[in-house]
Design a protein around this ligand. Structure first.
Ligand SMILES: NC(=O)c1ccc[n+]([C@@H]2O[C@H](COP(=O)([O-])OP(=O)(O)OC[C@H]3O[C@@H](n4cnc5c(N)ncnc54)[C@H](O)[C@@H]3O)[C@@H](O)[C@H]2O)c1
Ligand SMILES: [Zn+2]
Length: 334
């Protein structure tokens, strides 16, 4: 790690923030890679992504005398990355940030793109900033200790990248699923690199074209609604996105945008990846309401990203209530 950091040219004073859980698994490796580095442990998990945790990070940075030339290193999943990232964005109006993502979700999504922030009691990610890291160090070996469910949760986002932008990535997951579950470093490196490349390309294109970034929301309209209706307790974010991708793909089939065989391949892959928590008790009307409340509703019309084959999508803004209801039934919502 010291070698990677040397290459980024970041300053010599480094402040590592991790969670007790992540440190238990990987603290020794991080400390060995950065001899003498100071570190702080704060809780992770969605409920810890708040101002209190942020306050503890500021306190520690101030007490330790961190200055403008210091570098803050976030070692953890998306919660640590977002929270520590926001601390780095705001402390002394911004100090250098290095992300060391330790969940698959963080490696393929949250550590890339520069968005950082914390939750507010009134809602998720309400307080935030844009603070791109000077480096992201994604080491596949860190994923060895990840619980299987967390691995799968991140993998659904990788499936998303395949569906929106790359049939070869999608097919690689289909072929190599056992190797992915075995966390073979070679295959993990390949899918993480592909995912980051796709996200970076989409985000860069967005700066020029405006709307392009919205394709990253594939699976997220229904997904966010399912998370909200179940109060963020039942589903990991990726699991909700898996359902959301199925809902959008169902709409895509109904509209003749995606081949039946491509649709079947997606349904089969998500099925093979493992069981998703049930949603059969959720009333469609409630989920629909939550979909309408999501920020992707512009002027009362439901915007959705629909697959147009594997590796291509289209954004529509005319999804009717009847259509959405039928698509929700396809995942078992009642
Ligand atoms: N900034 C962005 O653009 C962006 C994008 C997507 C998601 N996010 C955010 O990411 C967060 C979710 O991140 P997450 O899914 O990584 O959750 P998380 O950070 O809560 O981590 C999930 C669990 O995995 C554990 N863990 C982390 N690394 C581990 C390892 N190597 N071995 C064993 N256990 C490990 C953690 O202790 C935690 O219990 C959400 O808050 C979401 O809003 C941000
Ligand atoms: Zn997501």
């Amino acid at each position: 790690m010291a070698r990677w950091l040397a290459e980024t040219g970041v300053g010599e004073r480094r402040f590592v923030v991790a969670s007790p859980n992540v440190w238990k698994h990987h603290g020794e490796t991080v400390a060995a890679g950065l001899p003498g580095v100071e570190h702080l442990l704060v809780p992770d998990g969605e409920r810890a992504k708040n101002h209190q945790t942020l306050g503890r990070i500021y306190d520690w940075l101030i007490e330790s005398g961190a200055d403008r030339s210091s570098t803050v290193i976030a070692v953890g999943g998306g919660v640590i990355g977002d929270t520590v990232g926001f601390a780095a964005a705001s402390y002394l109006r911004g100090v250098d940030l290095v992300q060391v993502p330790t969940t698959l979700l963080a490696q393929v999504d949250s550590s890339v793109g520069g968005k950082v922030g914390v939750n507010h009691a009134r809602g998720k990610n309400l307080i935030g900033a844009f603070h791109p890291p000077v480096a992201v160090i994604a080491d596949p070996r860190l994923l060895d200790t990840l619980p299987r469910r967390e691995l799968r949760a991140g993998l659904y986002e990788v499936v998303k990248y395949g569906v929106i932008a790359s049939r070869p990535l999608f097919e690689r997951i289909v072929t190599d699923l056992p190797r992915i579950f075995a966390r073979e470093p070679e295959i993990m490196t390949a899918i993480v690199a592909d995912s980051c490349r796709i996200k970076a390309e989409v985000v860069a294109a967005d700066e020029r074209e405006g709307d392009r970034r919205r394709v990253l929301n594939y699976g997220h309209t229904a997904g966010h609604a399912l998370e909200a209706v179940t109060r963020y307790r039942r589903l990991r974010h990726g699991e909700a996105v898996a359902y959301g991708m199925l809902v959008a793909a169902n709409l895509g089939v109904e509209r003749g945008l995606i081949d039946k065989s491509d649709h079947a391949a997606l349904v089969e892959l998500i099925g093979r990846m493992g069981p998703l928590p049930q949603v059969t008790d959720l009333p469609a009307a409630e989920v629909l309401d939550a979909m309408r409340r999501d920020k992707k509703v512009v002027a009362g019309r439901l915007h959705m990203v629909l697959p147009r084959g594997l590796g291509d999508t289209v954004i529509v803004d005319d999804v009717t209530e009847k259509e959405a209801r039928r698509a929700l039934k396809s995942i078992g919502v009642r």
